[in-house]
Design a binder for this molecule. Sequence first.
Ligand SMILES: Cc1cc2nc3c(=O)[nH]c(=O)nc-3n(C[C@H](O)[C@H](O)[C@H](O)COP(=O)(O)OP(=O)(O)OC[C@H]3O[C@@H](n4cnc5c(N)ncnc54)[C@H](O)[C@@H]3O)c2cc1C
Length: 386
Amino acid sequence: MQTFDVVIIGGGIVGSSIAWHLTAAGCKRVLVIERESAQGKGSTGKSMGGVRAQFSTPVNIQMSLYSIPFYARFDETLGHPAGYRPQGYLFLATRQAHLDYLRANFARQEALGLEEVRMISTEEIAAMLPQLRSDDILGGSFCPTDGFVDPYSAMNGFMAGAQEHGATLWKKTEVAGITTDPRGVTGVETSRDPVSARVVVNAAGAWASEVARTAGIHLPVEPLRRMLVPSEPFDEFPHTSPMVIDMSNGFHFRPEARGFLLAWNDPEETPGYKTDFEPSFIEKILNHAANRVPAFENLAVNPKRAWAGLYEMSPDHHAILGEVPELPGFYLANGFSGHGVMHAPATGKILSDLILEGNTAVVSDVSVLGFQRFAKGALLHETAVL
Ligand SMILES: Cc1cc2nc3c(=O)[nH]c(=O)nc-3n(C[C@H](O)[C@H](O)[C@H](O)COP(=O)(O)OP(=O)(O)OC[C@H]3O[C@@H](n4cnc5c(N)ncnc54)[C@H](O)[C@@H]3O)c2cc1C
């Protein structure tokens, strides 16, 4: 039986970042196990690639304060591209409650060291993007270092870098179970060979609860379908635009290739492993689009190019990170609730720090993200979920 120091279950962007951070810190005997024939077939390849530090809770803001500068230096650090484009995120408030919320978040973000974020007036918004309908906009917030990355490319860069440092990737291999003894984790059973390791990391994305169940752990992570609609080439809106978020209904969009990528989280969506695209979604999202950008009345979309993927929802919309107290050696990197791409760099560093050092300085108190918060009823609340 082969022995590794760390086995990572799942070769998406989170597993890949953990592998890179571990090997960069000198832990070389790392095995990543991915059941698909290629990486990126889970949520990572379906993502919109948005990265932002405009969150409401300190821990999410701090995760972004590590991750976004990391993405900015990614290409020179790893020698592979992540496609970071700092075009910003622009939140549009249409009610006083939104504006109060953005102001409170802005104060928290600034206090934690985010220098670039600012509140922005209706007039500035109208001057920045005159194509927006702004008669109901009361103001907003804008952070120019927020923006987009190419998730697939970043995932591949992390994994290539990890492999250059000695990590091993097994594809087409499914983890069927986690093995234990009275001291904790002893390894994994797989569709290939069993593997021995005293540290096993669950980075199985929307499937994380199934992996945890094999170790007798109830992990509260649920899959939730999200759909994206890309447009055909369109020139009546600037391609330098930030991600624009209409807070009146959650509709958001960003430039993508020669067109735009449209997103909206349908509140009627229910949990489940649904990855089929629902054609009736197109009419709903185009209504929201034309409501905020009148020129989008003429936006052409091809339903065949639209797609669906899964968010990995936790009960409080925050990641679940760290060792499971009941099972020494079993680490979680789960429950990103739609933020796994933007928080992958911080997650990789945090998991590597926790595994190798037992603590981390990436966030001021990593225990708030621990699995034990559910048993204690100490849930966090992040309302800025997109
Ligand atoms: C439509 C959409 C838009 C999104 N937009 C954004 C965005 O703008 N910004 C952002 O930050 N995030 C976004 N997300 C969320 C983001 O994509 C995820 O949070 C992130 O990709 C999670 O990465 P992961 O590596 O944990 O999961 P995944 O990429 O799903 O990887 C998990 C891997 O584990 C493998 N696996 C599962 N079970 C097993 C097993 N038993 N054995 C072996 N392998 C296994 C799977 O095959 C998969 O490859 C979006 C998601 C969707 C669906």
